[in-house]
Design a protein around this ligand. Structure first.
Ligand code: NDP
Ligand code: OXD
Length: 319
């Protein structure tokens, strides 16, 4: 059987050497080509194209892949080149990345609910105030986008005791927690939510969709001033100016933010200096090369033996 060549094209801010090392270990005798690092612009079929924010030329040069594999869970980096892909798109779905996101969301919810930001400020001032807070089962968390990552995060929050619900595009009857579906149920979802977790993908429908109107409709956390917001999905889904205003006005009592309209977050952003905001540098759930390469190799082996592919992405809808 002809072995599949693996073409890897990585752009953006990722460090390439750890991926070169991991593909060299995991390819099991298959040829691996890093573009543009290896200077190769022609490979014999069959091949797969593994991409993370690759320069658009990559899709013109390697235009007959069997599969395009997104090395991250998000596929918004492929949306602009969707007409050039000529192949099914497979994305990261694995327990390593999922658990990383679950950790982040639980951390964010606990950080906000337990007012850890205020405790840190008080510690610096050597103060000992009595900050009351409700028990987890009296706190209503809402997940925008209860898919692979949001579903797992919601179940972990339920295990702690939080009252969890989600909002998705379509009904999810199999979900462990109630899921409100579609624009017609968004108001009811927001009205019951005190801590809003955004895990929506960046698509034409979701771009800029979370803003003033969203925050104004949330339920407030009793005794803590306002509602809370966590964004670990994509910065583009949020109207960032409206988020800043909501944090300044107290509509939102605080936020934990991993993703932004522009990354790295520009030095002049008012978010940096806000005492009620915790910022992380798009680090909620990193793509860990050993775990991702294992999933790529599983996909390649399936292709080679003619087995069905794991779930593929509908790139025309953007996720
Ligand atoms: P999934 O595709 O599994 O889930 C997406 C969810 O969003 C689904 O529930 C889907 O609804 C919902 N959704 C999509 N469009 C709409 C819409 N227009 N209205 C309502 N709901 C909508 O994605 P994952 O859970 O795997 O990942 C989510 C996102 O997390 C990624 O797209 C990526 O952007 C981000 N991410 C961020 C990372 C970080 O480090 N910060 C790391 C990894 C991913 P339905 O169930 O009906 O399809
Ligand atoms: C991803 C990401 O989409 O790292 O996987 O943001």
């Amino acid at each position: 059987m002809t072995k599949t060549t693996i073409v890897v094209a990585i752009g953006g801010t990722w460090d390439v050497p750890p991926w070169q090392e991991e593909f060299a270990k995991g390819a099991n005798g298959r040829r691996v080509v890093f573009w543009p690092q290896d200077g190769v612009t022609e490979v014999a079929e069959p091949y797969v194209l593994c991409s993370w924010k690759a320069k658009p030329e990559a899709y013109g040069i390697f235009n007959k892949p069997k599969v395009v594999f997104s090395l991250g869970a998000g596929v918004d980096h492929l949306y602009a080149v969707r007409d050039k892909l000529n192949a099914p798109v497979v994305r990261v779905i694995n327990s390593d990345l999922t658990v990383r996101m679950v950790e982040y969301v639980c951390l964010g919810v606990l950080f906000l609910h337990r007012q850890i930001g205020r405790h840190i400020q008080n510690q610096r001032k050597r103060l000992w105030p009595d900050l009351t807070q409700p028990a987890a089962n009296d706190v209503r968390v809402g997940i925008l986008g209860p898919g692979q990552l949001g579903g797992a995060a919601g179940r972990a929050l339920q295990a702690i005791g939080y009252d969890v619900a989600g909002w998705a595009r379509s009904p999810r009857p199999e979900s462990a927690f109630p899921v409100y579906a579609g624009p017609e149920n968004l108001d009811a979802f927001l009205a019951r939510t005190q801590i809003l977790v955004n895990l929506l993908p960046n698509t034409p429908e979701t771009k800029g969709s979370v803003g003033r109107e969203t925050f104004a409709r949330l339920a407030r956390m009793e005794g803590q001033g306002g509602a809370y917001f966590i964004n670990a999905g994509r910065g583009e889904t949020v109207a960032e100016g409206e988020l800043v205003a909501a944090l300044q006005s107290g509509l939102l009592a605080g936020a934990v933010l991993d993703v932004f309209n522009t990354e790295p977050l520009p030095a002049e952003s008012p978010l940096w200096a806000m005492e009620n905001v915790l910022i992380t540098p798009h680090a909620a759930a990193d793509s860990y090369p050993p775990a991702i390469v294992a999933q790529v190799m599983d996909t390649v082996e399936r292709l080679e033996r003619g087995a069905p592919l794991p779930v593929t992405v509908d790139i025309s809808r953007g996720y």
